[in-house]
Ligand binder design. Structure first.
Ligand code: CTP
Ligand code: CA
Length: 226
Protein backbone atom coordinates (compact mmCIF):
# COMPACT_ATOMS: atom_id res chain seq x y z
CA UNK A 1 0.00 0.00 0.00
CA UNK A 2 1.42 3.33 -1.09
CA UNK A 3 0.33 5.02 2.17
CA UNK A 4 1.72 2.41 4.58
CA UNK A 5 4.13 3.46 7.33
CA UNK A 6 7.21 3.21 5.14
CA UNK A 7 5.60 5.59 2.66
CA UNK A 8 5.05 8.38 5.18
CA UNK A 9 7.66 10.37 3.27
CA UNK A 10 6.22 13.65 4.52
CA UNK A 11 5.70 12.69 8.17
CA UNK A 12 5.47 15.83 10.34
CA UNK A 13 6.33 18.11 7.43
CA UNK A 14 4.38 21.40 7.46
CA UNK A 15 3.15 22.15 3.96
CA UNK A 16 1.27 25.08 2.45
CA UNK A 17 -0.42 24.64 -0.93
CA UNK A 18 -2.12 27.38 -2.96
CA UNK A 19 -4.87 26.24 -5.32
CA UNK A 20 -7.57 27.38 -7.69
CA UNK A 21 -8.06 30.71 -9.42
CA UNK A 22 -8.12 34.18 -7.87
CA UNK A 23 -11.02 36.56 -8.52
CA UNK A 24 -10.20 40.22 -9.06
CA UNK A 25 -13.24 42.39 -8.49
CA UNK A 26 -14.20 45.21 -10.84
CA UNK A 27 -17.34 46.17 -8.99
CA UNK A 28 -19.76 44.36 -6.62
CA UNK A 29 -20.99 42.04 -9.39
CA UNK A 30 -18.05 41.59 -11.78
CA UNK A 31 -14.54 40.22 -11.76
CA UNK A 32 -11.68 39.02 -13.96
CA UNK A 33 -10.19 35.61 -13.36
CA UNK A 34 -8.31 32.57 -14.74
CA UNK A 35 -9.45 29.12 -15.73
CA UNK A 36 -8.58 26.76 -12.88
CA UNK A 37 -10.62 23.93 -11.39
CA UNK A 38 -8.34 23.60 -8.34
CA UNK A 39 -8.17 19.83 -8.88
CA UNK A 40 -4.37 19.61 -9.03
CA UNK A 41 -3.89 21.61 -5.82
CA UNK A 42 -6.62 19.69 -3.97
CA UNK A 43 -5.14 16.37 -5.16
CA UNK A 44 -1.73 17.47 -3.84
CA UNK A 45 -3.30 18.43 -0.50
CA UNK A 46 -5.11 15.10 -0.16
CA UNK A 47 -2.06 13.01 -1.09
CA UNK A 48 0.39 15.05 1.02
CA UNK A 49 -1.87 14.56 4.06
CA UNK A 50 -1.92 10.81 3.38
CA UNK A 51 1.89 10.86 3.20
CA UNK A 52 2.00 12.35 6.70
CA UNK A 53 2.18 16.11 6.09
CA UNK A 54 0.32 18.80 8.06
CA UNK A 55 -1.36 20.57 5.16
CA UNK A 56 -2.69 24.12 4.88
CA UNK A 57 -4.61 24.65 1.65
CA UNK A 58 -5.13 28.26 0.59
CA UNK A 59 -7.80 28.16 -2.05
CA UNK A 60 -9.52 30.52 -4.43
CA UNK A 61 -13.19 29.89 -5.29
CA UNK A 62 -13.53 26.27 -6.46
CA UNK A 63 -16.24 23.64 -6.43
CA UNK A 64 -14.36 20.93 -4.52
CA UNK A 65 -14.62 19.17 -1.17
CA UNK A 66 -11.95 19.85 1.41
CA UNK A 67 -9.67 16.78 1.66
CA UNK A 68 -9.74 14.88 4.96
CA UNK A 69 -7.68 16.44 7.79
CA UNK A 70 -6.53 19.35 5.63
CA UNK A 71 -6.77 22.90 6.99
CA UNK A 72 -8.46 24.97 4.29
CA UNK A 73 -8.37 28.77 4.07
CA UNK A 74 -10.68 30.29 1.47
CA UNK A 75 -9.71 33.52 -0.24
CA UNK A 76 -10.94 35.42 -3.27
CA UNK A 77 -8.28 37.85 -4.53
CA UNK A 78 -4.53 37.53 -5.16
CA UNK A 79 -3.87 40.11 -2.42
CA UNK A 80 -5.74 37.91 0.08
CA UNK A 81 -3.87 34.78 -1.12
CA UNK A 82 -0.60 36.69 -0.76
CA UNK A 83 -1.43 37.71 2.82
CA UNK A 84 -2.56 34.21 3.89
CA UNK A 85 0.52 32.68 2.26
CA UNK A 86 2.86 34.96 4.22
CA UNK A 87 0.82 34.26 7.40
CA UNK A 88 1.35 30.51 6.93
CA UNK A 89 5.14 30.83 6.92
CA UNK A 90 5.61 30.72 10.68
CA UNK A 91 4.93 26.98 10.28
CA UNK A 92 5.93 25.96 6.77
CA UNK A 93 8.66 23.60 5.55
CA UNK A 94 7.44 23.17 1.97
CA UNK A 95 5.40 25.70 -0.05
CA UNK A 96 3.71 24.56 -3.27
CA UNK A 97 2.14 27.22 -5.50
CA UNK A 98 -0.48 25.51 -7.60
CA UNK A 99 -2.86 28.47 -7.86
CA UNK A 100 -3.64 30.24 -11.11
CA UNK A 101 -3.07 33.71 -9.70
CA UNK A 102 -4.35 36.67 -11.71
CA UNK A 103 -1.24 38.58 -12.77
CA UNK A 104 -3.13 41.90 -12.72
CA UNK A 105 -6.13 43.32 -10.89
CA UNK A 106 -8.36 46.30 -11.68
CA UNK A 107 -6.69 49.49 -10.41
CA UNK A 108 -9.97 50.58 -8.81
CA UNK A 109 -12.84 48.52 -7.44
CA UNK A 110 -16.05 50.49 -8.01
CA UNK A 111 -18.27 50.52 -4.92
CA UNK A 112 -21.46 50.50 -7.02
CA UNK A 113 -22.29 48.38 -10.06
CA UNK A 114 -20.84 50.05 -13.15
CA UNK A 115 -23.60 51.21 -15.47
CA UNK A 116 -23.58 50.82 -19.23
CA UNK A 117 -23.11 54.33 -20.56
CA UNK A 118 -24.93 55.93 -23.46
CA UNK A 119 -22.50 56.57 -26.32
CA UNK A 120 -19.58 54.64 -24.72
CA UNK A 121 -18.78 51.80 -27.15
CA UNK A 122 -15.17 51.15 -26.14
CA UNK A 123 -14.30 50.74 -22.49
CA UNK A 124 -10.76 50.54 -21.13
CA UNK A 125 -10.08 49.01 -17.74
CA UNK A 126 -6.84 49.96 -16.02
CA UNK A 127 -5.04 47.06 -14.35
CA UNK A 128 -2.17 46.99 -11.84
CA UNK A 129 0.22 44.10 -11.22
CA UNK A 130 -0.45 41.70 -8.35
CA UNK A 131 2.40 40.61 -6.07
CA UNK A 132 4.19 37.42 -7.11
CA UNK A 133 3.19 35.20 -4.19
CA UNK A 134 5.72 32.38 -4.54
CA UNK A 135 8.58 34.76 -5.40
CA UNK A 136 7.82 36.74 -2.25
CA UNK A 137 7.61 33.54 -0.16
CA UNK A 138 10.90 32.26 -1.62
CA UNK A 139 12.72 35.50 -0.83
CA UNK A 140 11.75 35.65 2.86
CA UNK A 141 14.32 34.90 5.56
CA UNK A 142 14.34 31.14 6.36
CA UNK A 143 12.23 30.55 3.26
CA UNK A 144 10.53 27.16 2.96
CA UNK A 145 11.40 24.70 0.17
CA UNK A 146 9.46 26.30 -2.70
CA UNK A 147 7.82 24.45 -5.57
CA UNK A 148 6.12 26.27 -8.43
CA UNK A 149 4.04 25.29 -11.42
CA UNK A 150 4.36 26.58 -14.96
CA UNK A 151 1.47 26.10 -17.35
CA UNK A 152 2.81 26.99 -20.77
CA UNK A 153 1.50 26.85 -24.33
CA UNK A 154 4.97 27.03 -25.96
CA UNK A 155 8.73 26.93 -25.11
CA UNK A 156 7.84 24.88 -22.00
CA UNK A 157 11.36 24.05 -20.81
CA UNK A 158 12.86 27.49 -21.39
CA UNK A 159 10.00 29.34 -19.70
CA UNK A 160 9.89 26.87 -16.77
CA UNK A 161 13.64 27.11 -16.10
CA UNK A 162 13.43 30.88 -16.36
CA UNK A 163 10.71 30.90 -13.66
CA UNK A 164 12.71 28.50 -11.46
CA UNK A 165 15.63 30.96 -11.42
CA UNK A 166 13.70 34.23 -11.36
CA UNK A 167 11.44 33.16 -8.47
CA UNK A 168 14.26 31.34 -6.58
CA UNK A 169 12.39 28.00 -6.56
CA UNK A 170 13.82 24.59 -5.67
CA UNK A 171 11.55 22.78 -8.16
CA UNK A 172 9.13 23.72 -10.92
CA UNK A 173 6.48 21.42 -12.38
CA UNK A 174 5.81 22.34 -15.99
CA UNK A 175 2.87 21.30 -18.07
CA UNK A 176 2.12 21.89 -21.70
CA UNK A 177 -1.47 23.12 -21.73
CA UNK A 178 -1.49 23.15 -25.53
CA UNK A 179 -1.48 19.34 -25.47
CA UNK A 180 -4.99 17.93 -25.25
CA UNK A 181 -6.29 16.10 -22.21
CA UNK A 182 -4.09 17.73 -19.60
CA UNK A 183 -4.00 20.86 -17.50
CA UNK A 184 -6.85 23.01 -16.29
CA UNK A 185 -10.37 21.57 -16.19
CA UNK A 186 -8.99 18.17 -17.14
CA UNK A 187 -9.08 15.06 -14.92
CA UNK A 188 -5.55 14.21 -16.02
CA UNK A 189 -2.19 15.87 -16.10
CA UNK A 190 1.38 15.24 -17.28
CA UNK A 191 4.34 17.12 -15.85
CA UNK A 192 8.03 17.66 -16.36
CA UNK A 193 9.66 18.61 -13.07
CA UNK A 194 12.88 20.65 -13.14
CA UNK A 195 15.40 21.42 -10.45
CA UNK A 196 18.47 23.50 -11.26
CA UNK A 197 20.37 20.35 -12.24
CA UNK A 198 17.84 17.54 -12.78
CA UNK A 199 14.64 16.73 -14.62
CA UNK A 200 11.90 14.18 -13.88
CA UNK A 201 9.07 13.16 -16.20
CA UNK A 202 5.60 12.29 -14.89
CA UNK A 203 3.50 10.76 -17.67
CA UNK A 204 -0.17 11.54 -18.34
CA UNK A 205 -2.31 10.12 -15.55
CA UNK A 206 -5.13 10.90 -13.13
CA UNK A 207 -4.31 14.04 -11.11
CA UNK A 208 -4.17 12.09 -7.82
CA UNK A 209 -1.56 9.71 -9.21
CA UNK A 210 0.40 12.62 -10.67
CA UNK A 211 0.15 14.37 -7.28
CA UNK A 212 1.61 11.41 -5.37
CA UNK A 213 4.46 11.07 -7.89
CA UNK A 214 5.24 14.78 -7.68
CA UNK A 215 5.13 14.64 -3.86
CA UNK A 216 7.58 11.73 -3.85
CA UNK A 217 10.03 13.81 -5.92
CA UNK A 218 9.46 16.82 -3.64
CA UNK A 219 10.02 14.71 -0.50
CA UNK A 220 13.29 13.32 -1.87
CA UNK A 221 14.63 16.69 -2.98
CA UNK A 222 13.51 18.33 0.29
CA UNK A 223 15.30 15.77 2.45
CA UNK A 224 18.46 16.09 0.31
CA UNK A 225 18.38 19.88 0.76
CA UNK A 226 18.57 19.64 4.57
N1 CTP B 1 2.48 32.67 -9.04
C1 CTP B 1 2.32 33.30 -7.82
N2 CTP B 1 1.88 34.60 -7.78
C2 CTP B 1 1.62 35.27 -8.91
C3 CTP B 1 1.77 34.64 -10.16
C4 CTP B 1 2.21 33.34 -10.20
O1 CTP B 1 2.57 32.68 -6.77
N3 CTP B 1 1.20 36.53 -8.82
C5 CTP B 1 2.98 31.29 -9.08
C6 CTP B 1 2.01 30.29 -9.66
O2 CTP B 1 1.17 29.75 -8.65
C7 CTP B 1 2.96 29.24 -10.24
C8 CTP B 1 4.16 30.06 -10.67
O3 CTP B 1 4.11 31.27 -9.91
O4 CTP B 1 3.42 28.35 -9.25
C9 CTP B 1 4.21 30.36 -12.12
O5 CTP B 1 3.03 31.01 -12.50
P1 CTP B 1 2.92 31.60 -13.95
O6 CTP B 1 1.62 32.31 -14.13
O7 CTP B 1 3.28 30.51 -14.92
O8 CTP B 1 4.15 32.63 -13.92
P2 CTP B 1 4.24 34.18 -14.16
O9 CTP B 1 5.49 34.62 -13.45
O10 CTP B 1 3.00 34.89 -13.77
O11 CTP B 1 4.53 34.29 -15.70
P3 CTP B 1 3.52 34.32 -17.00
O12 CTP B 1 2.09 34.28 -16.50
O13 CTP B 1 3.87 35.55 -17.70
O14 CTP B 1 3.89 33.08 -17.79
CA1 CA C 1 0.90 34.37 -14.58
Amino acid sequence: DFFSAENQLLANVNMTITAGPTLEALDPVRYISNHSSGKMGFSLAEMAQKMGANVTLISGPVNLKTPKDVQRIDISSALQMHQESLNSLNQCDIFIACAAVADYRPANIETQKMKKQQGVDDLTIQLVKNPDIIADVASTENAPFCVGFAAETEHVERYALDKLKRKKLKLIAANDVAKSGQGFNSEKNALTVFSETERFAITLADKKLVASQLLTIIAQQYSQSR
